[in-house]
Design a protein around this ligand. Structure first.
Ligand SMILES: N[C@@H](CCC(=O)N[C@@H](CS)C(=O)NCC(=O)O)C(=O)O
Length: 230
């Protein structure tokens, strides 16, 4: 039976992007159900699939798995040949550590630089706390690349695109949109993620969406990066 991934709208739903891009990059077939977030009835619609009331949710027959990390772990077990986690135990432990660090942390960055693919790409001033998050993420990307990615011979954290890259895909979007200061290694990694066909597919679909949420630049109303009248 085909898998179904229940996600939020692509422009905003950073958590949904994680399992979605992991499945696309790994070639795991699935149907998708898109529930626009923050609309009247959104919560009721999500609640039909999960009592947790959040997307993403993976439906596998009569079984539902929710929360991005749990979904990635489920997929890694169900599709062991997909290589979602690195084969080497130490690389795998590092991949899980950095994924968990993302899942549970970086609140200043997440709060100040919400994922919004419609926003124009430009550098915006940021707090010390946000810049400290950026520096930590840059350092951990460089560490993964230096210890494993480069040797494995691919442009991603551990070589080929995997669960850790999926966990950081929305961070790539944030760093790019908000013009955050990164090293050359981090920039090359971001460019590699953004060059994947999975990324392009998500981005192109986000550009076609019509749901408008308030964004964190309220004095600059925007539709797809183009200023519009309030
Ligand atoms: N820890 C969850 C977070 C999921 C989450 O916060 N999803 C947001 C969308 S990106 C959501 O469903 N928001 C709807 C709401 O809170 O009503 C995960 O990793 O999947």
């Amino acid at each position: 039976m085909a898998l179904t991934l229940v996600i939020g709208n692509k422009n905003y739903s950073s958590w949904s992007l994680r399992p979605w891009i992991a499945m696309k990059a790994a070639g795991i077939a699935f149907d998708e159900v898109v529930i626009p977030l923050y609309e009247p009835g959104s919560a009721e619609e999500i609640a039909k699939y999960s009592p947790a009331g959040k997307v993403p949710i993976l439906i596998d027959g009569d079984w539902a798995v929710w929360d991005s990390i749990a979904i990635l772990e489920y997929l890694a077990e169900r599709f062991p040949d997909a290589g979602l986690w690195p084969a080497d135990p130490r690389a795998r432990a590092l991949a899980r550590s950095v994924s968990a660090e993302m899942h549970g942390g970086f609140q200043p960055l997440r709060q100040a630089c919400t994922m919004n693919l419609w926003l124009p790409v430009k550098a915006r001033p940021q707090s010390e706390a946000v810049l400290a998050n950026v520096a930590r993420i840059d350092a951990l990307w460089c560490d993964c690349r230096a210890r494993f990615g480069q040797k494995a011979g691919g442009p991603f954290l551990f070589g080929t695109f995997g669960a850790a890259d999926a966990m950081y895909a929305p961070v790539v979007a944030r760093f790019h949109t908000y013009g955050l200061p990164v090293s050359a290694t981090a920039r090359a990694y971001m460019d590699a993620v953004m060059a994947t066909s999975a990324w392009r597919e998500w981005y192109d679909a986000a550009m076609q969406e019509t749901w408008i949420m308030q964004h964190n630049e309220p004095d600059w109303p925007l539709v797809r990066g183009v200023p519009v009248s309030p």
